[in-house]
Design a binder for this molecule. Structure first.
Ligand code: CUA
Length: 159
């Protein structure tokens, strides 16, 4: 089949662009800028109150200094609230919901995930700047959705 030189050039150009775009996705994902928040862990949303971890959501510090924050989102608040964590420390958030889909966005950072009933969303972030942050629910969850906010306090650490 005869293909015009011009047409051939445009085909290679379009193909090259697709390769560049896919490459950008792979590079940013590999550098930790984007990651799937869920890791396919399930939890029974009807029995969260008796769950060993989600029954008493709290902030835990591991022996190596890393911090795990367990959060339950429900209409129309987050538990625990406020959340207090150290700066310059890897903080692993583990979220779920007891009712409907909520959002969990630490405003002004790239900490942002959905809290889905039946699933555990997990991601790890390090907050460089200490201070108070607003946690906003960014998924419409009911009539009082706009009031669903929490507070995250990042404390400076002395080393
Ligand atoms: Cu919870 Cu909107």
């Amino acid at each position: 089949m005869y293909v015009e030189t011009y047409e051939r050039a445009w085909m290679w150009l379009a193909g090259g662009l697709i390769a560049v775009f896919l490459g950008v996705i792979v590079v940013t994902a590999a550098n930790g800028a984007i990651a799937p928040p869920s890791h396919m862990e399930t939890v029974d949303p009807a029995n969260l109150s008796t769950h060993p971890e989600f029954g008493s959501p709290t902030v835990k510090t591991n022996a190596d200094g890393s911090v795990v924050v367990t959060v339950v989102a429900s209409m129309f608040s987050f538990t625990p609230d406020p959340i207090e964590v150290p700066a310059d420390t890897p903080i692993t958030f583990r979220l779920t919901s007891s009712d409907v889909i909520h959002g969990f966005e630490v405003v002004g950072t790239n900490a942002n995930a959905m809290a889905i009933p039946g699933y555990v969303s997990q991601f790890t972030v390090t907050f460089k700047k200490s201070g108070d942050y607003v946690i906003a629910c960014n998924e419409y969850c009911g009539v009082m959705h706009h009031t669903m906010v929490g507070k995250l306090t990042v404390k400076p650490v002395s080393r």
